[in-house]
Design a protein around this ligand. Sequence first.
Ligand code: G16
Length: 552
Amino acid sequence: MKMSKILTPMIQTIATQPFLDQKPGTSGLRKKVPVFQQPHYLENFVQSIFDSLEGFQGQTLVVGGDGRYYNRTAIQIILKMAAANGFGRVLVGQGGILSTPAASCVIRKNQAFGGIILSASHNPAGPTEDFGIKYNIGNGGPAPEKVTEAIYAHSKTITSYKILEAPDVNLDKVGVDKLGEMAIEVIDAVNDYAQLMESLFDFDRIRELLTNGHFRMCMDSLSAVTGPYAHRLFEQRLGAPLGTVVHGEPLEDFGGGHPDPNLVYAHDLVELLFGDNAPDFGAASDGDGDRNMILGRQFFVTPSDSLAVLAANATLVPAYRDGLAGIARSMPTSQASDRVAAKLGIECYETPTGWKFFGNLLDANKATLCGEESFGTGSNHVREKDGLWAVLFWLNIIAVRQQSVEEIVTDHWKTYGRNFYSRHDYEGVDSDRANELVANIHSQMPTLTGKTFGSYEVAYCDDFSYTDPVDGSVSTKQGIRIGFTDGSRIVFRLSGTGTQGATLRLYVESYEPNPANHHLDPQVALKDLLDIADAIAQIRHYTQMDKPTVIT
Ligand code: G16
């Protein structure tokens, strides 16, 4: 018999030079695909991640992504580098797919050392569009700033990286394989996550709701990662009719769309829910499955209100039956949830933008629910925001209360008052001009307090700084807040997730206790504050734009 030659995979050490633009933003490193395709670019960043970690030899790493263009190529590189750097085992989602919350779930369930998630979230995908990579720590959450700073520091001095010379791994077949000394387990991408969801919510009641013959829902996965999860959960496990999930196949270019679940980019769903014969409930999620948008029939729930409503109704859900330890929201998120926390007698924490800031609060059991104005809500079940979890939470509440989305939210406003809220984005602004805009507001800050604009008087003005109550770490320059004596607020921030120019975000909020005014369009209710914001920041002048590119 002829013996075939067994080749032992070789660890190669490849010389490289630093790229100086590998500073992780709000959520990892996001760049255009051609930037990642430069020789050594991805490898440098991955090696910088590994070099900033200690004690992972022989340990488990979780790897998966949102399925966008370059996902598979990147995963093959990462697997070979993980093997060369001494990880003992990698769990990778079938087809290279893991939604961001599912990756968090898999890390926690398997007590992995950490995970690498490949996604640029809601940013468009394709050969000339965006790609992203981030590292999550052993609690399943995004690496805190001290880790991302260490990664950045390594990326600026890197001279070589290690990679195994070996054939590609078959990512499509569930099973166990070897890469050098390292075990590779290709896992079903949905199982662990679906089981976790089933353990949190009242699936029997949700099933009753979805199969009662008159409640209709539409889940739009926007051709991104949640498709397989949503088909499995809503149609297979919960019995919703086939067709409940639309755009349910993850595509490498997200079907040419922009998988950002908001009123602008999830337009098909919005048209459906605001059209004739609309379903009772609509939801969408983003590229990597951590964001959500909730719609009722002819009704939009702002993410800030969604967090407040979930918190107020949490005890209707089995997982939160015993109540909440606390709530946390990002600074620009409206103060609607603060009112719920006050009524419940629990703390509401205000953190900088970025899910990573919730990790310590969740680990220390100071907060149970977290949320952000940027269509993110989640809880202590994982350490990422979680789009489908939010959808199931809403369905659970509807199933118990037997009310429409609109009734639930308007009832909430009657109890707590309404926090009118809107975010105006100016995308693709020239970076220098955006920085000048911020500098201009800074220059006014010392004299703003006490100033009046029409009926509004400035109570405080600062650049938000956060001291983590668990580890004492301080994060400065997290956005300019201008607060008024009646509780209204204007916030300015530059986005940390864009890949082209700068994005200015203007967040505006007012409080209306009187139910007679709750029906108002937020853009009307907030008109005076929007004008004040422009008067202070000269937005049109600096951005050279007449109006925002996106309003949510
Ligand atoms: C990320 C972060 C969120 C943040 C959002 C927007 O979400 O995880 O915490 O709110 O970006 O950030 P920015 O205002 O800096 O653009 P995702 O869904 O993009 O990962």
